[in-house]
Design a binder for this molecule. Structure first.
Ligand SMILES: [Zn+2]
Ligand SMILES: [Zn+2]
Length: 318
């Protein structure tokens, strides 16, 4: 399958991107566009796979039904921009390029790059186990990125865009401020580089993780059972994170893939049922504006959070 994806990317590069770059006088960007094409094709596969599984689940057992779904259309735009546009580019430029350069630099200086197999030699010859460990480590780091983004005022101002949606569906996973996306990609890419994820495994890793994250936003009453909900983040578990908070209740369920971090660090709440979502503290533009209006409202909230103000107002939502 990977070969087919690479050939599809090659076709897009040869027949669409290279002629376009020649026309625009930007042929020096050929290598970047080739990298983007590979990762964008992975993005398309991600969207199609997620759509084919989540849509039937949302039709089968929806949590909510809405007469007007314009706000969901904006989330679809987020998904396409993020998975086929920006994310592949950032993934290639930041992660792939940096890792190739870093490996070259280390080899030139006679050093070896740290990888999980070097730290734990017992893992050599067990690629599937190594892949699972990558997932566990990256998910652990993502738990903390997400949790900290709720605590720091300016970061919450950006992340609150993700929480503003009152019509949460599997499309809502990518509903993020572009600055928040860039921070997340840098965070993820840095940890992936430190643990030595091979560049060619990176897209497969992202494919698996992002599918599970989309599923956790789905508008469906699917349950994983008592044990299943403790092993894998379910739509019910993540909806509780997006749920509007009753007075005195703190935010919970920060995990993206594995609920174990919430259990260990005492932020898990399995008691909340399928609650309404949204952020009453945000502006209407953040909730129901179009893509550009939401991004702009996010910038305004971000700059307001950075402006000098009383300590209480600087705090995020914990
Ligand atoms: Zn959050
Ligand atoms: Zn979410």
């Amino acid at each position: 399958m990977l070969d087919h994806l690479d050939s599809a990317a090659g076709w897009v590069q040869e027949h669409a991107l290279v002629p376009m770059l020649w026309q625009l006088g930007l042929i020096q960007w050929e290598e970047v566009s080739q990298g983007w094409a590979v990762f964008a094709i992975y993005g398309v596969v991600q969207v199609v796979a997620t759509y084919s599984i989540c849509v039937p689940l949302e039709i089968w057992r929806p949590v909510e039904r809405w007469p007007d779904t314009r706000a969901v259309v904006t989330d679809v735009i987020y998904t396409l921009v993020s998975r086929v546009g920006i994310l592949p580019l950032v993934t290639f430029v930041v992660f792939y390029q940096v890792q190739v350069e870093l490996t070259g630099f280390l080899v030139d200086h006679g050093w070896v790059q740290p990888t999980l197999e070097r730290v734990l030699p017992g893992l050599l010859g067990h690629p599937l186990l190594v892949f699972c460990l990558y997932v566990v480590i990256l998910d652990f780091s993502d738990y903390w990125r997400h949790r900290v983004s709720h605590v720091i005022g300016w970061w919450w101002a950006l992340h609150s865009l993700h929480h503003a949606q009152r019509q949460m569906t599997f499309w809502s996973d990518d509903r993020n401020h572009v600055l928040d996306d860039i921070i997340a990609a840098l965070w993820f890419g840095t940890v992936a580089t430190l643990i030595g994820v091979p560049p060619l495994q990176f897209p497969i890793l992202v494919l698996v993780l992002r599918f599970l994250e989309s599923l956790s936003h789905a508008n469906t009453r699917v349950r994983f059972g008592w044990l299943g909900e403790r092993l894998l983040v379910s739509p019910r578990f993540h909806r509780a994170h997006h749920g509007m908070l009753a007075a005195g209740r703190r935010s919970a369920n920060y995990g993206a893939i594995l609920p174990v971090w919430d259990i260990v660090f005492d932020t898990a709440d399995f008691s909340r049922e399928f609650v309404p979502t949204g952020d009453p503290t945000g502006s209407e533009a953040l909730a129901t504006g179009g893509y550009a209006a939401q991004q702009w409202a996010g910038v305004r909230r971000f700059t307001a959070a950075l402006a000098p103000q009383p300590a209480a107002a600087r705090k995020g939502v914990q």
